[in-house]
Design a protein around this ligand. Structure first.
Ligand code: SF4
Ligand code: FES
Length: 254
């Protein structure tokens, strides 16, 4: 296969970027999109040019490092799939691909297709953990967890923190990510002691990072490679409202 690429090239966050055209030749249908970029980069390096910068680590769809826009869609055209798991057989010979980094104020461009997602780390640091002294690992059956809750927690814990939800949202909202992190702890018994404090602190940090608000558009769910559901955000909102009740001094009649 042969493809034409238009790739966002930007030296660093301070300098302006631009789209640059490249030809990708001898592309095998069995390559992943990142492997196709590896081949393009080899050619660029041999010519003495700067290779295209992009993030990756596991290349198995589990670490959340990869991700950029492919023809305007976060992670590209295949639902429930990260860029590293997207194979060239999804495209046709002669296709034209536009590759751009996530666009959000909270995710400044580091270089080319690489953005700084440190804002997500700071949201986690604000409360996405359990700090109760849990002691050594208890027997699996000591704390019973209803099956429905275990499944909800597992589904939410599938979030890999890639940032596609933010990139796809017209508000650049981090609600799906934050909701996934809040849910996977908040529906388990171990997450209860800090449940309401956690939601307040993580939402406050998301606001401080200048992510937008959720207006239920649903683009996040559509592009999420782990298919985290929009209803997760409803759970976040419910916990946030309950948190304001638990923080309010009881009044007569409450
Ligand atoms: S919710 Fe989905 S799109 Fe958002 S960071 Fe998690 S895995 Fe990525
Ligand atoms: S490189 Fe790890 S999810 Fe893509």
């Amino acid at each position: 296969m042969r493809l034409t690429l238009h790739v966002w090239r930007q030296k660093n966050a301070r300098e302006p970027g631009r789209m640059v055209r490249y030809e990708a030749r001898n592309v095998s249908q069995d390559m992943s999109l990142l492997e196709m970029l590896d081949v393009v980069n080899e050619e660029l390096t041999l010519k003495g040019e700067d290779p295209i910068a992009f993030d990756s680590d596991c290349r198995e769809g589990i670490c959340g490092m990869c991700g950029f826009m492919i023809n305007g869609v976060a992670h590209g055209p295949r639902r429930g799939t990260t860029v590293c798991q997207l194979h060239m057989r999804k495209f046709k010979d002669g296709d034209v691909l536009h590759l751009e980094p996530w666009r959000a104020r909270a995710f400044p461009v580091v270089k080319d297709l690489v953005v700084d997602r440190g804002a997500f780390d700071r949201i986690i640091a604000a409360g996405g953990f359990i700090s109760v002294p849990a002691g050594s690992a208890p027997d699996g059956n000591v704390i019973l967890v209803p099956k429905q809750n275990a499944e909800m927690a597992m589904d939410a814990a599938a979030c890999i923190g890639c940032g596609a939800c933010v990139a796809a949202c017209p508000n650049a909202s981090a609600s799906l990510f934050t909701a996934a992190k809040i849910t996977h702890l908040g529906v388990l018994p171990q997450g209860q002691p800090e449940r309401y404090e956690r939601v307040v602190r993580m939402v406050a940090q998301a606001n401080a990072e200048k992510f937008g608000s959720c207006t239920n558009i649903g683009e996040c769910e559509a592009v999420c490679p782990k298919e985290i559901k929009l209803e997760t955000i409803a759970r976040l909102n419910r916990d946030f409202v309950r948190a304001s009740w638990t923080r309010r001094a009881p009044r007569n009649g409450d």
